[in-house]
Design a protein around this ligand. Structure first.
Ligand code: PLP
Length: 365
């Protein structure tokens, strides 16, 4: 694709972020979560950078995502974060992925597909999404072993880790401890014990156990509203170039709905990026800005499917072809996914995974 709008991914930033986190959580190992195309950064490239930074495991949501990693030559253990369907278990077996199990049906199915398969068990200690209940966990683990599968991990997921002070985090850790105690009482080795996502890995040492599963922080975004204990470098830079300059008379509006009406003669720079690329329609209406010529400029009116408009009134130096940065750095300025998330009432995860396949990824350096 030859469009001027693209995402640069700084793989060295991913490597350095993972290395910094690995140093902070040691002796716990690091599993980097590369689902959803590596949170929009490109799964295989992000995976290789993560491994270079010290990750010993990777995690994905879908068996197909794991298969893509294998096709790209990634050969470290790859776990599936939720229990696959029987069709997905077949794909997982073909690509030597490590399934997560939490139902008797899943256990029977996995054992019939691949005797001796290394698997993990997920326990629901309070997220109330997926996992075997605390009360049933030891029984399910016994079923795993009786079925001839190999237990290589037992884990849970915290619901409030991004607010590390909340007491519910310790409650979930305590429930997980109870499960580990039940397993120990019947002489079962839980394999790798893990509970921490990025926020817990960085802010809740009690949740680190043997392995931490980090997504957001690996990509350089702080996972909690408090400063992270290690330096994190954002890996993603979204940029484009001015495609057209337009002049709006007083009293006329900009974009669909004329949500912005010019109070003075206004010059707008058009940028060929829109909500079909993952730039939210409301970015301008919510007060979003871009960097152009090293300065912050307002996005005017509604972002359209393929284009957005930026105010450049009174700046004769702005020309077609000038670089526009939506996320990332330009001449000392910086716009982050967290800033967008704050404006738009969402979380940086949603911002990052929203960038579509129309946007080419480039990997400078
Ligand atoms: C089970 C599980 N573990 C770990 C992660 C990684 O979370 P984070 O990106 O906050 O580090 C996720 C992400 O959704 C997850 O679902």
């Amino acid at each position: 694709m030859s469009r001027p709008s693209l995402i640069d991914v700084d793989l060295d930033a991913i490597r350095a972020n993972v290395a910094a986190i690995a140093g902070a959580v040691a002796p716990a190992q690091v599993c980097v979560v590369v689902k959803a195309d590596g949170y929009g950064h490109g799964a295989a490239d992000a995976a290789r950078a993560a491994i270079a930074g010290g990750a010993s495991w990777l995690a994905v949501a879908l068996a197909g995502e794991g298969a893509e990693l294998r096709a790209a030559g990634v050969d470290v253990p790859v776990m599936l974060l939720s229990e696959p369907t029987s069709a997905e278990l077949q794909v997982a077996a073909e690509h030597d992925l490590t399934p997560t199990l939490y139902t008797e049906r899943g256990v029977r199915c996995a054992a019939s597909i691949r005797p001796g398969w290394p698997v993990q068990v997920k326990v629901d200690t309070g997220m109330h999404r997926v996992g075997v209940s605390v009360d049933d966990a030891a029984r399910l683990v016994c079923s795993v072993l009786d079925a001839g599968l190999r237990l290589v991990g037992t884990f849970t997921h915290l619901a409030l880790a991004d607010t590390p002070d909340r007491a519910e985090n310790q409650l979930q850790v305590d429930r997980f401890e109870a499960v580990l105690g039940d397993l120990s009482a019947v002489g079962v080795d839980p394999g790798l014990r893990h509970a921490a996502n990025s926020a817990a890995a960085l802010h809740l040492p009690a949740a680190r156990y043997d392995l931490v599963r980090i997504g957001l922080a690996a990509y350089g975004v702080a996972p909690a509203p408090i400063p992270p204990p290690v330096e994190l470098r954002p890996a993603l830079r979204l940029h484009s170039r001015v495609s057209f300059l337009n002049h709006v008379p007083v009293g006329e509006g900009v974009s669909y709905g004329w949500h912005h009406v010019a109070a003075e003669p206004t010059t707008v720079a058009v940028v060929p990026l829109g909500y079909a690329d993952g730039v939210p329609r409301n970015l301008g209406l919510a007060g979003g800005e871009v960097l152009l010529g090293g300065r912050r400029r307002r996005v005017l009116g509604a972002v359209t499917m393929d284009q957005l408009m930026v105010e450049v009134t009174g700046d004769p130096d702005v020309a077609v072809g000038d670089e526009v940065v939506l996320l990332g750095d330009q001449e000392g300025g910086s716009i982050t996914a967290a800033e967008w998330a704050e404006l738009l009432g969402t979380i940086p995860y949603e911002v990052l995974v929203g960038f579509g396949t129309r946007l080419p990824r480039s990997y400078p350096g």
